[in-house]
Design a protein around this ligand. Structure first.
Ligand SMILES: [Zn+2]
Length: 312
């Protein structure tokens, strides 16, 4: 049994077929965790779809209406880069509900892991880059509305800049945003996060970790958030089709473990969401995401309680 909960819904699958986005990965990750004995059925929570009240704290009523009624313009669908369908819209609402549940679980257990979400390119009034709804932003604003937290930090390790996150929280001093990404990659315009770590093409494990870990440490020490939302992209992987960094699977797991450890040592709960992963072999993407959960388990077991972890 895991010392924290996994959040998953079979409706996460956007049913995109042969698309570069392997939307079946959500199911494959859940199945791998179960079949390898890393998790049991009772470790899973099933999210409900987010309600409109939650969505409206981040998104415009106009954008939500277009998604729900299927009235996006041709250019809005083109910007999304995924075919529009009822299933895809339902998956977005479920992913947002999943990130809310992962955040609530993290506040209770120290970790909470959504086996979906991380749709960090979604903006308040439009979607782009496979992202229609910003699940992590919806979750943060819900936890704030409930009075469960005042402050949060988003640590985004997807190979693509977290432009939606940066834009949504640009004028919000209660949320600190940190993105590590390949500079020479989508999106072309990168609105500033609080900290942007721009990686050159083909950066490898050591250089990447050497930039990320000290930056996360000082951001946590300076801002002292009440929760970290970790957007754990699998696409900095060296064989990713949409990424140009050279990280190994071992380096990516080390990335996750070290970020979790620096948060845990400071007594800060961590909620995780998945984000991108477009390896040539879908098994690699699945493995990298599974490793994020295994890294969380390792850190949770090494530091049994958030309050006992202490400041270091
Ligand atoms: Zn990405």
């Amino acid at each position: 049994m895991l010392p924290f909960k996994l959040v998953y819904h079979k409706g996460y699958d956007l049913n995109l077929g042969e698309h570069v986005f392997p939307s079946q990965k959500f199911r494959l990750i859940a199945e791998a965790l179960l079949s390898e004995g890393a998790a049991e059925a009772r470790d899973f929570l099933t999210p409900a779809a987010a309600v409109d009240e939650d969505m409206l704290r981040v998104h415009t009523a106009d954008w939500l209406h277009k998604l729900k009624t299927g009235t996006l313009s041709a250019s809005e669908i083109m910007k999304l880069e995924i075919p529009f369908s009822r299933e895809a819209v339902e998956a977005c609402w479920l992913a947002a509900g999943g990130s809310i549940l992962a955040g609530q679980s993290a506040l209770r257990d120290g970790f909470g892991c959504n086996l979906g979400g991380g749709f960090h390119h979604a903006h308040s009034g439009h979607g782009e880059g496979f992202c229609a709804i910003h699940d992590v932003a919806v979750a943060i604003r819900r936890l704030q509305a409930d009075g469960a937290i005042r402050t949060a930090m988003v640590v985004d390790t997807d190979v693509h800049h977290g432009n939606g996150t940066a834009a949504i929280f640009a004028k919000d001093e209660s949320v600190f945003t940190l993105s590590i990404h390949q500079l020479n990659n989508y999106p072309a315009y990168k609105p500033p996060s609080n900290v942007d770590l721009d990686m050159a093409d083909r950066v490898e494990d050591d250089e990447y970790l050497g930039a990320l870990i000290p930056a996360v440490q000082s951001a946590l020490d300076e801002f002292k958030p009440q929760i970290v939302f970790y957007v754990g992209g699998a696409d900095p992987f060296c064989e990713d089709q949409l990424g140009g960094l050279m990280l190994t699977k071992k380096g990516l797991k080390e990335r996750d473990r070290r970020v979790f450890e620096v948060a845990r040592r400071r007594g800060i709960p961590v909620a995780t969401a998945l984000a991108g992963g477009y390896a040539r072999r879908v098994e690699d993407t699945v493995r990298i995401h599974v490793n994020t959960i295994l890294a969380a388990r390792e850190v949770a077991l090494n530091f049994p309680s958030v309050s006992a972890a202490g400041q270091q």
